[in-house]
Design a protein around this ligand. Structure first.
Ligand SMILES: [Zn+2]
Length: 430
């Protein structure tokens, strides 16, 4: 199986994914001509054509889902052949981040170096449809069974996944047993990494007006929000970390290097607590506003981004913010509020499958990762099928440079991930 995947990856995936990299199909938010230049359509068709060519012997149904003013969404249903067929929904996206500068070879010039495929969209998230289809193909080749499997590949993740839920609803799937979203981070290339939680985020403006010294007043307000010496955020925004997540954080922390590039002092010296702080505690950052400050103006506006614990409801936190910071001399305007995600514990069976898969392909047990950042669509997906198990995977290590120059896909990790997927798709116990 391992050999088959490696060979198929070399002979079919990498050449096709390289041609995908050549298409500069930026997400709609970064290309206002996308409907005219049809680059997203070209990328979508490129993936479908590859799937059609590679799955002739596999029973499936391919659809291009369409909603006006939204990029097309690819939907593939693969009909399983298990005795007790379960339903799996897999997610990926084909739109890309802007190119930015600093590339060694160029964002649309696919190059393999040290077994990594360089180019925009290689790892985030072009490789996903290739991974899912290859896993099914490998199982077919080795006459192993697999479950019913839907693959959804949307075209506007980097712009906010506005129609994703509508697209999935168009499929009328009554029950999903397992959702697999492959668009997340990993820590190293030594094991199967599973994202267990993500923080939420609120962006808001504080407006201070008609006081003798608005800046001084702003400091008073900010002190209500966070302790300026320690960075500890007001207790209203703290939550209780579930026991299982806390234990997982403690196991994972040793594997995660945490860098403090600034010259500021660390708020916390214990490494495990630093990791927990980043993953589960709220934090406040100033992101703009003061540059417009006018000396003659007695009003000022500051924009704040606040990360929320994964299990804190963003609407509730928004109301608390308004209550906390609205006074006779100040107002709060919520710009955006997105709840994070705390995935419920896996069943014992699924946990075993994931561990076995990771040991089989990587030689190490899998590990849970707790993301300090946010991927908002994951929560919407989770809410759509709350009964389903939710597996968040990825190929994005810190040196994969997703969203930056020299984005690259570690081909060895990718191949091993396909191996793990075969393990999951064929297992009776998911
Ligand atoms: Zn992505």
């Amino acid at each position: 199986m391992r050999h088959f995947i490696k060979q198929f990856s070399e002979q079919s995936i990498v050449p096709s994914l390289s041609n995908f990299i050549r298409i500069p199909n930026l997400s709609p938010q970064f290309d206002n001509q996308w409907q005219q230049n049809k680059l997203l359509e070209e990328a979508c068709n490129h993936i479908i054509k590859w799937i059609e060519n590679e799955t002739i012997e596999i029973q499936k149904e391919i659809q291009i889902l369409q909603i006006p003013n939204s990029p097309n969404c690819i939907s593939i249903k693969i009909f399983g052949n298990q005795k007790q067929n379960k339903t799996i929904l897999c997610y990926g996206h084909y739109d890309k981040q802007p190119h930015f500068v600093g590339w060694k070879y160029g964002p649309t010039t696919p190059i393999i170096e040290n077994n990594r495929l360089y180019g925009r969209g290689s790892a985030d998230d072009g490789c996903v449809p290739y991974a899912i289809i290859s896993a099914i193909k490998a199982l077919k080749e080795f006459k192993q069974n697999y479950h019913d499997c839907y693959l959804i590949v949307e075209g506007e993740e980097e712009s906010g996944s506005h129609q994703l839920i509508q697209y999935i609803k168009m499929l009328n799937i009554s029950k999903i047993d397992l959702m697999i979203a492959i668009d997340s981070g990993i820590v190293d290339y030594d094991r199967l990494w599973i994202t267990n939680s993500m923080r939420g985020a609120i962006t808001f403006d504080i407006k201070v007006f008609q006081t003798i010294n608005p800046f001084q007043y702003l400091r008073i307000l900010l002190n209500k929000l966070e302790d300026s010496l320690t960075g500890e955020v007001n207790s209203q925004f703290q939550t209780i970390i579930p026991k299982s997540s806390l234990e997982e954080c403690q196991t994972t922390a040793q594997l995660v290097p945490l860098e403090f590039p600034m010259t500021c002092q660390k708020m916390e010296s214990d490494h495990v607590q630093q990791y927990i702080n980043r993953a589960w505690k709220p934090s406040v950052s100033y992101i703009g506003g003061l540059e417009d400050l006018d000396q003659d103006n007695d009003e000022l506006i500051i924009r704040i981004s606040m990360r929320l614990p994964p299990n804190k409801d963003a609407q509730e936190a928004s109301q608390q913010l308004v209550q906390l910071l609205t006074t006779q001399w100040s107002q709060v305007e919520i710009i955006q509020a997105k709840t994070g995600l705390a995935v419920k514990s896996f069943s014992k069976e699924l946990k075993n499958i994931l561990n076995e898969a990771s040991i089989e392909y990587f030689g190490n047990e899998m590990r849970m990762f707790h993301e300090g950042a946010s991927i908002p669509f994951l929560n919407s997906l989770y809410q759509l099928y709350p009964e389903s198990e939710f597996l968040i995977l990825g190929v994005l290590a810190p040196d994969s440079n997703a969203h930056g120059p020299n984005e690259n896909l570690n081909i060895e990790y990718f191949n091993k991930l396909i191996g793990c997927l075969t393990y999951i798709f064929t297992s009776q116990n998911i």
